[in-house]
Design a protein around this ligand. Structure first.
Ligand SMILES: Cc1cc2nc3c(=O)[nH]c(=O)nc-3n(C[C@H](O)[C@H](O)[C@H](O)COP(=O)(O)OP(=O)(O)OC[C@H]3O[C@@H](n4cnc5c(N)ncnc54)[C@H](O)[C@@H]3O)c2cc1C
Length: 454
């Protein structure tokens, strides 16, 4: 089925997959081009992933970091936003197949920009996901919020000291920027926001453990900034375990193996996984049909113009692409997407694909907020931490948040949580807290029923 109500036109058809940093920027860059754009995305929103941890820990609401893509694009008349999950790209017939609630659609393209991003990787142990959700989607963040706050509630009702300790032990796996930010926020939530709110437990006694396989926190940011973040986290009471690999995760805890070969079990009801990424399976789909190669994380090894071999009209950008020297960060996706859109525009005006200059990445630096008033930042050769880095972090995140309304609401929420211990988004629902386990149960029931039906 083609898209119902879609206007048929003879214009050059650009299909974009994904409404994240890559997809949205590609579409916006083509706003004045004489093309017909279809933006296919599996969520209705554009998600600002860097602030997901603030949704998980009750500072921001999901609406503040995930405005509807349709509303962002409402004035761009050459673009249509279509909801659906792209499942297959036919490189020969130049079509994209997508599904929405069991209905299938086929969308033809002349040019295709794929920006489907990456999901969480459990390094072959996908069963860990049930007990240690990742931090990739709004669903993940809300579920984690439910689990974190739910653990305090259950601990309040428990008279068993062993169970209480397990409920008040929070483990974050992976000390990259997300893990560091998450650990810092759970520590501040328990030490400050929830202080005095319970009668039988003392939330400030909660343990927050951060586990990292490398020998420092924030491995991509180097030893100096890693040490700064480490010190700050320890000051917040976070227990850091380095050179430590998680080898098993279950409902009640996890097993950690250390460099010296010893292993230890940690009893913990709430685990957060922020240890690895796996690119969209669409990369493997391309590799099956062309000379495209993918790396171990499933990222597409693109050519210097970000296209795939034999298909100069198919670009792969952002977290789905492997480009030497380009980190899996928002800037990589934004710059790659704009580069691809610029090529489409230039070639529609007559430029030859043979004259393409290779993609050049401009490194604007990276940052991580460790806690309220403290961050670490790397800009060019400059490395700094503390309050100044935190101010820079604030400013930069505000600039890149999409839409005036999101920026305004975020500033208001931040003002509240920075000037007081309060947080405005501590609502949790039972559905959020148990979502993953319930869905797994439903899937198991469906599998049994399918088997019975033959
Ligand atoms: C928790 C977290 C914190 C981060 N913090 C920072 C930070 O501080 N600074 C920084 O620079 N970067 C940060 N990043 C990384 C940054 O968010 C990513 O590099 C960036 O989002 C990549 O953009 P993208 O467009 O490639 O993918 P995404 O932004 O992930 O977008 C992918 C889009 O594709 C859609 N999609 C996926 N599969 C399909 C499909 N089959 N069909 C249709 N649509 C599909 C998704 O729904 C989504 O809309 C963070 C990431 C996470 C997860």
């Amino acid at each position: 089925m083609s898209h119902p109500g879609a206007v048929q036109s003879d214009k050059h058809k650009v299909v974009i997959i994904g409404s994240g940093f890559g997809g949205l920027n590609a579409a916006q860059k083509l706003r004045r081009a004489d093309v017909d754009i279809k933006l296919i995305a599996k969520t209705t929103h554009h998600l600002f992933q860097p602030l997901l941890y603030q949704v998980a820990t009750g500072i921001l609401s999901e609406g503040e970091i995930a405005p509807p893509t349709r509303l962002i694009m409402r004035k761009q008349r050459n673009a249509q936003v279509v909801l659906g999950e792209a499942t297959h790209i036919d490189l020969v017939n130049q079509t994209v197949d997508s599904v929405l609630l069991g209905h299938s659609y086929r969308t033809p393209y002349d040019s295709l920009i794929i920006a489907a991003g990456a999901g969480q990787s459990y390094f072959g142990n996908d069963q860990f996901a049930e007990w240690a959700p990742g931090m990739k989607t709004i669903d993940d963040a809300l579920e984690l919020r439910g689990r974190i706050l739910g653990a305090f509630e259950q601990a309040e009702r428990s008279s068993d000291p062993v169970r209480r300790e397990k409920l008040l032990t929070f483990v974050v796996v992976g000390a990259g920027p997300t893990g560091v930010e998450m650990a810092g926020q759970i520590a501040e939530l328990s030490d400050s926001t929830l202080k005095g709110a319970f009668r039988h437990i003392d939330p400030t006694q909660a343990r927050v453990i951060l586990i990292e396989g490398a020998d420092q926190v924030l491995p991509p940011m180097g030893p100096k900034l890693g040490a700064k973040a480490h010190k700050r986290l320890e000051k917040l009471g976070v227990e850091i375990q380095l050179n430590a690999m998680v080898t098993d995760v279950d409902r009640n805890g996890l097993v950690v193996k250390y460099k010296d070969g010893t292993s230890k079990r940690i009893e913990s009801a709430t685990k957060v996984w922020s240890a690895g990424v796996a690119a969209s399976p669409l990369g493997a789909d391309l590799a099956r049909q062309s000379d495209t190669e993918i790396d171990r994380a499933g990222r597409v090894k693109v050519l210097p113009d970000l296209t795939i071999p034999g298909h100069p009209n198919v670009w792969v950008v952002g977290d789905m692409a492997f480009v030497e020297g380009v980190p899996g960060q928002a800037q990589g996706a934004i710059q790659g997407a704009k580069y691809a859109a610029d090529l489409i525009k230039a070639e529609l005006k007559g430029a030859s694909p043979d004259s393409r200059a290779p993609f050049k990445y401009f490194n604007k630096g990276s940052m991580a907020a460790v806690s309220k008033y403290s961050a670490v930042a790397q800009v060019g050769k400059l490395e700094f931490g503390g309050f100044l880095a935190w101010l820079a972090w604030l400013g930069l995140h505000l600039i890149y948040l999409v839409g005036f309304q999101s920026k305004l609401m975020t500033v208001l929420s931040w003002t509240r949580s920075f000037l007081s211990p309060g947080r405005g988004q501590l609502t949790m629902t039972e559905q959020q807290a148990y979502a993953r386990t319930r869905i797994e149960q439903l899937e198991e029931i469906a599998a049994v029923e399918n088997e019975k039906a033959g």
